[in-house]
Design a protein around this ligand. Structure first.
Ligand code: F6R
Length: 242
């Protein structure tokens, strides 16, 4: 694992967008694994600003979507991606993939999403954020590491963390579809972006603690090509040598 210490959130965004730009220069038709959430707002802004990046052949696979929200809902992850990235770059809409939270049969939707990822040849570069409870995607703390795309009941802490977007925790959907741990681990390169003091403790557990389903992100220790881009605040406990 390679840890890149960024001076602040803006530096994380700069460094991450540079990695994505490099990936697309080397392989224009890369499959990018994308995440939503506050951490990536600035990353996507940087990608939009860099007019030299050509997304015309790029394929994207998003990690997750809320069950029960359609793509027009401003809290859906489809909406987030359209608004914060896709509508500003030269990507083909038909090359952007996000699970449908409105699928009648969620189980088949998950199975089809796994098939799709396989047919695209797997993920070349996976961007990940980190939940306060150590989740990656919406793989929540649980009894086992779930391999494939699946639906998951969101933990109260996750719903609380996302309540700011919905105005009220009761409006946050109770479940989501997420890509599973196996798919994340099969990505050729994984970039984990972490910002802020409130994530310092969980980041240490993820990177140096025992690999446990209770801290889903800890499985990333097994990935051969993992890059962590974190700011000084998120790395503060590491830098203190704890
Ligand atoms: C969202 C996702 C989540 C977030 C995580 C961090 O697609 O996969 O795992 O990356 O919850 O969210 P922020 O960046 O809002 O702290």
């Amino acid at each position: 694992m390679k840890i890149i210490s960024a001076t602040n959130y803006f530096d994380i965004c700069e460094k991450t967008s540079n990695l994505v730009a490099k990936q697309l220069r080397q392989k224009p038709n890369s499959v990018l694994g994308l995440a939503t959430g506050s951490t990536f707002l600035g990353v996507y802004e940087k990608l939009i600003q860099n007019k030299e990046i050509d997304f015309s052949q790029t394929r994207t696979i998003n990690l997750d979507e809320y069950v029960g929200l359609d793509g027009e809902d401003k809290n859906s992850y489809r909406y987030f991606m359209e608004r914060n990235l896709f509508s500003h770059i030269n990507i083909l809409p038909s090359n952007t993939f996000i699970p449908s939270g409105m699928a009648k049969d969620i189980k088949s939707e998950c199975e089809n999403y796994d098939k799709l990822i396989k047919n695209l040849g797997g993920i070349d570069l996976q961007l990940l954020g980190l939940g306060l409870n150590g989740h990656i995607g919406f793989n929540e703390p649980g009894d086992c590491f779930v391999a494939n795309t699946h639906s998951v009941a969101l933990q109260q802490s996750t719903r609380q963390a996302n309540a700011r977007f919905f105005g009220d925790i009761d409006k946050v959907p109770a479940s989501a579809i997420t890509v599973g741990i196996k798919t994340i681990l099969q990505a050729k390169k994984v970039v984990l972006c972490v910002s802020g003091l409130q994530k310092a403790k969980i980041l240490i557990q993820v990177l140096f603690g025992p690999i446990l389903p209770n801290v889903q992100g800890s499985i990333l220790q097994l990935h051969q090509n993992l890059i962590i881009i974190a700011d000084k605040e998120a790395l503060s406990l590491w830098e203190e040598g704890l």
